[in-house]
Ligand binder design. Structure first.
Ligand code: S3P
Length: 187
């Protein structure tokens, strides 16, 4: 087995949480990380959709954003509390809730996937499932979210550039950064 993977598996004692803006690649990179590290992946949005029997867009429309945020907070909190090792792919707004953020900063290793505005705009334009981007110009909305959220995302343990169209490149960068972070942590 690849020594990088082995080092990570040996030293990682907390759940991994992948955060970042819509289009940063959280679901995709999260899935590849889970496969590489042989750990279960939980995509918080998909879990909420399954439990509620509705898409995120339908939930925003019928129950409103605050209802979704409460579900998001409760789901992440129960995933962390169950104490099992896993990769959690969280929606872009998850750490904007103070309780959720505190839980993530204190109990997980957090990875911020960071991509440029034009990349986020292009990726999120490929489908129509993000309610926050339907309320106006997606480029302006994403730009405003960057300003508001980046100071908070900046608290993550690790930040990885996820601009590459090749998700394998981002995966390798993430594994390298994770290995380095864990090495520093045990020093
Ligand atoms: C949101 C991001 C979405 C989803 C919801 C709200 C946000 O997830 O949770 O539409 O506030 O940034 P992705 O970041 O996976 O697209």
């Amino acid at each position: 087995m690849n020594s990088k993977i082995q080092n990570i598996q040996n030293h990682l004692k907390k759940p991994l949480v992948v955060i970042g803006l819509m289009g940063a690649g959280k679901s995709h990179v999260g899935a590849m990380l889970a496969k590489s590290l042989h750990m279960p992946l939980v995509d918080v949005d998909r879990m909420i959709e399954e439990e509620e029997g509705r898409t995120i867009a339908q939930l925003f429309e019928t129950k409103g954003e605050p209802y979704f945020r409460t579900l998001e907070r409760n789901t992440i909190s129960s995933l962390i509390d169950d104490g099992t090792q896993k990769i959690i792919s969280a929606g872009g707004g998850a750490v904007m809730n103070e309780d959720t953020a505190n839980l993530i900063w204190s109990s997980c290793v957090s990875i911020w996937l960071k991509a440029d505005l034009d990349v986020l705009v292009e990726r999120t334009s490929r489908n129509n499932n993000r309610p926050l981007l339907k309320t106006g110009n997606p480029c302006e909305i994403l730009s405003a979210l960057m300003e508001k959220r980046y100071p908070v995302y900046g608290r993550a343990n690790i930040c990885v550039d996820s601009n590459s169209p090749d998700v394998g490149v981002t995966l390798e960068k993430t594994l390298t950064a994770l290995e380095d972070y864990l090495k520093e942590e045990i020093k």
